[in-house]
Design a protein around this ligand. Structure first.
Ligand code: CDP
Ligand code: CDP
Length: 219
């Protein structure tokens, strides 16, 4: 496929799981933009930098690559480390800095310039790829999103409480929607899918169904 697909929505809506499967089925490349913001956040934590000027410098010098669904920061595989709680708690603050967004948006557009990309995030359909052929906005109730994320973290051995996870989700929803520059938003031409109570397969089928319809069922 030479078109791009944008998948946006809040934490725990099922974007990355669904986007990865859709990309596999359509033989497209999956790009996780949240992982890019997380990688820059990890870098700022490692350098103990919080002031925006220092953060912007780190972001502008950082080299981010994807290889086989793993993310590399300056050559190091940081796929697992970027999911830790310290990163999760700070990422929305780092992602609100306009210059950080500008640097990552540029990189995201470069990756998608030849099409064939399924990209998930918060501002893909609105800002990063406004010309994406298909745009989806996934959502689900806060309770369900918190439950999914809690179960995921517990199964990976993280020691968290449900309340902590729910609070993080509510806080990030707020910060991501309220930031001035490129906030989380539903594109006017996005298809909204409420995934509450739906399995991953059901959501994947819904997305593939919309694309098949749009492509005249040539898939
Ligand atoms: O996986 P989870 O849904 O928890 O979050 P993520 O997709 O890894 O994104 C982490 C954070 O990065 C979000 O809460 C946003 O603050 C930021 N982000 C963003 O601002 N713009 C994007 N396109 C993607 C992520
Ligand atoms: O990327 P995002 O934060 O939107 O969500 P995700 O990381 O894809 O999904 C969060 C968790 O919910 C994962 O453990 C998924 O397996 C699970 N999930 C689910 O149980 N049902 C869905 N319809 C979608 C995701």
């Amino acid at each position: 496929m030479n078109f791009n697909i944008a998948i946006d929505g809040p934490a725990g809506a099922g974007k990355s799981t669904t986007a990865r499967i859709v990309a596999d089925k359509l033989k497209m490349t999956y790009v996780d933009t949240g992982a890019m913001y997380r990688a820059i956040t990890l870098l700022t934590i490692r350098h103990n930098k919080t002031n925006p000027e220092d953060v912007i410098k780190l972001a502008s010098e950082a080299k981010i690559d994807f290889k086989e669904n793993r993310i590399y920061l300056n050559g190091e595989d940081v796929t697992d480390e970027i999911r830790n709680l310290a990163v999760t708690e700070k990422v929305s603050k780092i992602a609100a800095i306009p210059e950080v967004r500008a640097a990552l948006t540029k990189l995201q557009r470069q990756i998608a310039k030849n099409g064939g990309v399924v990209m998930d995030g918060r501002d893909i359909g609105t800002t990063v790829l406004p010309d994406a052929k298909y745009k989806f906005y996934l959502t689900a109730s806060v309770k369900e999103r918190a439950c999914r994320r809690y179960n995921e973290l517990i199964s990976k051995g993280y020691k968290v409480t449900f309340k902590q996870v729910e609070k993080d989700i509510i806080d990030r929803d707020y910060q991501d929607k309220k930031r001035d520059f490129s906030p989380m938003a539903i594109a006017d031409d996005a298809i909204i899918i409420d995934t509450t109570g739906k399995t991953i397969d059901e959501v994947v089928d819904e997305i593939i169904g919309c694309i098949k319809k749009g492509e005249g069922s040539v898939l």
